[in-house]
Design a protein around this ligand. Structure first.
Ligand SMILES: CC(C)(COP(=O)(O)OP(=O)(O)OC[C@H]1O[C@@H](n2cnc3c(N)ncnc32)[C@H](O)[C@@H]1OP(=O)(O)O)[C@@H](O)C(=O)NCCC(=O)NCCS
Length: 182
């Protein structure tokens, strides 16, 4: 069954996306996070899944940084949040949405994506906890295999012990300075 149309977020779909996150997570924390990421210009890509009833899925990629060696850095993407309306979960919508976001980012010559989530789900999307462990220091040591990396282009292949800087609104690790506008 088709999952619906996967399209970029617009002003018309933001409140629907907020509703999906509220229903999926049971609170507004993730929806507020997406507003903060938008306001801070940290968003790389964000998409909704549209069905006849409206928005049923939302996913975002935002800018993260891997710091390593003598103050070197590599720009990567963080996949979060990802949410599907409870009434249509387990129909392939979350997978299709995540796959669309990741493919678009990686096709543009970019590479690595990090995620914190359900290992079986994200393994099917090409993420690996052991790959994350090989190259990165997990900002979530208590999360074990839930912290995962996808890096098909090998942009982190020379790096070990990389420090992950999430966008500041995540409140994880060392907050990255907001980018200066031109
Ligand atoms: C996780 C989530 C986005 C998956 O979307 P979905 O459309 O239901 O997923 P798909 O149908 O494409 O794939 C199903 C797989 O998702 C995973 N999954 C589904 N519901 C899940 C849940 N509540 N918690 C964790 N993983 C879940 C399972 O691996 C499932 O596979 P299975 O049915 O073989 O067990 C969706 O369930 C959701 O919004 N959950 C609540 C919010 C959340 O936990 N988001 C992820 C962290 S940001």
């Amino acid at each position: 069954m088709p999952v619906g149309d996967i399209v970029e977020v617009s002003d018309e779909t933001i409140s629907g996306a907020d509703d999906v996150m509220k229903a999926a997570f049971g609170h507004m924390v993730e929806a507020q996070l997406t507003h903060d990421l938008r306001d801070g210009a940290y968003m790389l890509d964000e998409r909704v899944v549209l069905q006849a009833r409206g928005v049923v899925g939302y996913g975002a990629l935002s800018r993260a940084i891997i710091r390593y060696g003598d103050n070197k850095e590599v720009a990567i993407a963080a996949l979060a949040p990802l949410a599907v309306s409870p009434s249509v979960q387990r129909e392939g919508i979350g997978f299709a949405l995540a796959q669309t976001l990741i493919s678009a980012w990686q096709e543009n010559g970019n590479g690595a994506v990090i995620v914190l989530g359900h290992p079986p789900f994200y393994r099917r999307l090409g993420f690996s906890a052991s790959l994350a462990e090989r190259h990165l220091i997990s900002p979530f040591p208590e999360a074990g295999d839930a912290f995962m990396l996808s890096d098909p282009a090998g942009v982190l292949c020379e790096i070990t012990g990389g420090h992950v800087e999430f966008p500041a609104p995540f409140g994880v690790g060392v907050p990255r300075q907001k980018e200066k506008s031109a």
